[in-house]
Write a protein that binds this ligand. Structure first.
Ligand code: NAI
Length: 482
């Protein structure tokens, strides 16, 4: 029996971060992982998809923008999909190797194997080399989530793929049906289209990313997808498929009528569900809610006081950076620090082209929370010198503030490097900043970051690089004669 102060189960961006901080704080710490260090994010999620997106964008720029800039290529630009796949793998392996080094450097013991609770204080860890028992004063469950399957489309990762299978493709399919126009469907569908696949996105709702992103922001991406040849079908429910020789015939209800799609592959991206049905969690008495999330308090402590849960298994949003934040917090709670989960906002990024990023609330959410008097302003990337020189002018920065106080309530970006620009908005919202705080901070020129300053100015009614109605309140008033 091995025993620890802190035992973390799962080594994704929640678990490995919790383990590192626990190690830094002097706890005798273990992390148990049944697959690769880094979890879904580093191995079959965020990182490999970003590698594929960056490669696809590179090809797209060569095919579309390079000529305008004066380049010409003799012959076609061709892609070795196997080589792309092995480069992508090298990116993941490098990141996973980095996690291993960091755990070692912080004296965290890595235990390879599949963990199950025998009782609330003991785990049984099954590995190819045998089974061992592990006990700890405190446990942190960080075992994440998995893709949801829908009836009639069982994952075999060959014909019907989850994101895991799609990210591992060693050749680019001629055609693919993507069921679900959410985060994953649009990221993977978008890059496969750029790499040459005919892509059909089937989305059940009447809009892409419904309820997930600001509707105006989504419109920009929807227009771009159309321009680039992605076939988006709304109000489309996939029903079944059958094999027809080497192809698949998918049947769907599209706007009430039956429609058939002949494709080489099917990708199902209709959401993810927490892995709370594993590890005997219910049997040891852990409370789990109706959606499958482990119930926790604001310190991520469960109803069993020595067990904590973080990341996807502990509730929405299922985002890596939220998991990491919780991981650090729980380790610090264990060390007696006065920490609770009190983030004002969790930024969200969707790596479409252009990228979408948001922090804070949408207009609808502001109103639902009682902020009925709002200032809303936008600044377009087309009016930003850096964006023009990058040939990336689609999109805008939109800001929403309380009209009474000018306090920033939400920022929604669609455009180049939205993923990087949003961090300024996160800081501003966390600090309770007003529009003037951003507008009066000098932003370097020429950068995409200037769009943040100008969006704040635009929301106040006086951006420099777009034409807005004159500010009557700021005009010099005639002096009264003495
Ligand atoms: P999602 O919840 O983002 O989107 C699923 C979409 O599928 C929805 O639009 C839904 O209306 C649609 N849908 C559901 N059932 C359907 C059906 N039978 N036929 C057609 N459409 C259907 O889920 P997704 O894309 O699988 O991603 C899961 C989670 O992973 C996200 O919510 C996010 O938390 C996380 N993620 C985050 C990323 C990032 O931070 N960039 C990237 C990828 C995933």
């Amino acid at each position: 029996m091995k025993s620890f102060d802190v035992c973390v189960i799962g080594s994704g961006p929640g678990g490995y971060v919790a383990a590192i901080r626990a190690g830094q704080l002097g706890f005798k710490t273990a992390v148990i992982e049944r697959e690769k260090l880094g979890g879904v994010c580093l191995n079959v999620g965020c990182i490999p998809s970003k590698a594929m997106i960056s490669a696809a964008h590179f090809l797209h720029r060569m095919n579309h923008d390079a000529e305008t800039m004066g380049f010409s290529f003799k012959g076609d630009v061709s892609l070795d999909a196997k080589k792309l796949q092995s480069w992508k793998q090298s990116v993941c392996d490098r990141m996973s190797g980095g996690v291993q080094q960091l755990l070692k450097g912080n004296s965290v013991e890595v235990i390879a194997g599949d963990a199950t609770f025998v009782d609330s204080k003991t785990l049984s860890v099954k590995a190819s080399t045998g089974t061992e028992k592990v006990t700890a004063k405190n446990f942190i469950i960080a075992t994440g989530s998995r893709p949801i399957e829908i009836p009639g489309f069982k994952f075999d990762e060959k014909d019907v793929m989850s994101s895991t299978g799609a990210l591992a493709l060693e050749s680019i399919p001629k055609s693919i049906a993507v069921i679900g126009g959410g985060y994953i469907g649009l990221e993977i569908g978008g890059y496969l289209n750029k790499l040459g696949a005919e892509v059909h996105v089937l989305e059940a709702q009447d809009a892409l990313l419904k309820g997930v992103a600001d509707p105006e922001v989504v419109q920009v991406v929807a227009r771009k997808l159309k321009k680039e040849g992605v076939n988006v079908h709304l109000k489309a429910m996939a029903k079944s498929f059958s094999k027809k020789g080497k192809t698949l015939e998918l049947t769907a209800q599209v706007e009430g009528a039956e429609k058939k799609f002949t494709v080489e592959k099917i990708l199902v991206t209709v959401g993810r569900k927490p892995n709370s049905d594993e590890m005997n969690l219910k049997q040891i008495g852990l409370q789990i809610d109706e959606r499958g999330f482990i119930k926790t308090n604001e310190q991520r402590r469960t109803n069993l006081p020595h067990i904590f849960a973080i990341g996807d298994i502990a509730g929405q949003p299922m985002l890596a950076h939220k998991a990491s934040y919780e991981g650090v917090m729980v380790a610090e709670v264990l060390a007696g620090q006065n920490r609770v989960y009190d983030a004002k906002t969790v930024p969200a990024v969707i790596f479409t082209h252009p990228e979408i990023a948001s922090a804070g609330w949408t207009e609808e959410e502001c109103k639902a929370k009682g902020y009925t008097n709002l200032k809303v302003g936008k600044f377009p990337f087309a009016a930003n010198g850096k964006a023009v020189s990058l040939m990336e002018t689609d999109g805008f920065v939109k800001m929403i503030a309380d009209a009474k106080t000018d306090i920033l309530l939400g920022v929604h970006i669609v455009g180049p490097e939205a993923s990087n620009l949003i961090s300024e908005a996160v800081l501003a919202i966390e600090m309770g900043a007003r529009l003037q705080d951003i507008a009066l901070s000098i932003h370097p020129h020429p950068t995409l970051g200037e769009t943040m300053m100008e969006a704040a100015e635009a929301t106040l009614g006086h951006a420099i690089h777009i034409i807005q109605k004159p500010l009557t309140s700021a005009r010099p008033q005639p002096q009264a004669k003495a």
